[in-house]
Design a protein around this ligand. Structure first.
Ligand SMILES: [Zn+2]
Ligand SMILES: [Zn+2]
Length: 355
């Protein structure tokens, strides 16, 4: 009896499996239609009034299938700014349900390729999704004009195709591309923007020989977020980050990068080995970032621009090294999709995952 039952269930399983194979195409279409219906416009991010930090890319120029290039968004009430736009950043923002058309601008910390190579998709989505009649404003220290001039030239032909194909109603010719919004930097921090209770301040950081290189501080309704950009440890940064709720800091673990250098040398890849040695002096280590966070008295440290790539969270303790011994607050190893929310005039930090 038992054997018969076993045989019958096996036969049913085989028939079931072959039915699925035969009807895989219509089943696939049905599943896709259901999923797309829930997805398209169904996951729009809604944020309460307050200051929010979205991580849309926490990687570096080194290849990492799980991390986009450097990309952050700060939302303050109904204003929103992208800080650095690395490759894959705009894709993540879409997946997170963020409204790219509602952006007020981009802020660049410096012009290294990994901080600007996601600009194409972002500017395109800003234009097409929002029927924008003006280019995407891109704020940056002196030199941003040259970068944006080149960017617009690079995409000029693409722009003509989009207008010809979709029509001026959808993609107004006065929009598309980017508009440089330069500001001058000095030894003292400069206020880049002050509107509707949001103050954005830029301050110089040490990313030698890259000059200018800045970090940004956002203050809104008693809360603050500081983004270091690419920076080695410096007193200027610690001063600018004083009392911030969140400090987002770049982090490179020299002990792990040293192992990469040794492996590259063993395989005769002298050029890349030289680069992995050079990068040690212009990024902070997780320990340095922790010391700066402690010196500045920030509440929470979020590490981003992670070098080297970390294929699994199992490696996080090896990456962090002694960082936790140097900071009394909480340290988060940044991951794309994280959203940190700071309510006005309070001191709580709520975290959600959108990817
Ligand atoms: Zn850099
Ligand atoms: Zn970088």
């Amino acid at each position: 009896m038992k054997r018969k039952l076993l045989f019958a269930s096996l036969a049913l399983l085989v028939v079931g499996a072959s039915l699925v194979t035969v009807f895989q195409r219509p089943i696939g279409e049905w599943l896709f239609a259901r999923a797309i219906d829930a997805r398209v416009g169904g996951n729009t991010m809604v944020l309460d009034d307050g200051l929010h930090l979205l991580l849309c890319g926490t990687g570096s120029p080194l290849p990492d299938p799980d991390r986009a290039g450097p990309c952050n968004v700060v939302v303050a009430g109904d204003q929103a700014f992208v800080v650095d736009i690395g490759e894959g950043g705009a894709r993540n923002l879409q997946l997170m349900g963020f409204d790219i058309a509602g952006l007020d601008g981009v802020l660049l910390t410096h012009f290294h390729s990994d901080h600007i190579d996601g600009m194409g998709p972002l500017a395109l989505l800003y234009w097409t999704q929002g029927t924008s009649t003006a280019p995407l404003p891109v704020y940056g220290p002196e030199g941003v004009e040259t970068v944006i001039e080149g960017f617009n030239a690079f995409y000029a032909t693409d722009k003509t195709y989009r207008i010809a194909h979709h029509g001026e109603e959808i993609v107004p010719p006065t929009g598309g591309g980017a508009q440089a919004m330069p500001f001058a930097t000095g030894d003292a921090p400069v206020v880049v923007l002050d509107s509707d209770g949001l103050k954005i301040t830029a301050f110089r950081v040490d990313h030698d020989p890259v000059k200018p290189a800045v970090g940004y501080r956002f203050d809104y309704k008693g809360r603050s977020i500081v983004i270091s950009g690419d920076a080695a440890k410096s007193a200027t940064l610690e001063q600018a980050a004083k009392g911030a709720d969140i400090l987002v800091h770049d982090a490179l673990q020299p002990r792990l990068v040293g192992k990469m250098t040794a492996a590259l040398e063993r395989r005769g890849q002298a050029n890349t080995a030289k680069i992995t040695r050079d990068i040690l002096d212009y990024h902070a280590s997780p320990e340095d970032a922790a010391k700066s966070a402690q010196a500045a008295g920030v509440k929470r440290l979020v590490l981003s621009h992670l070098v080297p790539p970390l294929p699994t969270s199992f490696i996080y303790p090896a990456f962090l090294g002694d960082a936790k011994d140097n900071f009394d607050g909480e340290i988060t190893v940044g991951e794309g999709g994280m959203v940190f929310s700071l309510e006005p005039e309070g001191d709580g930090i709520e975290v959600q995952e959108r990817l």
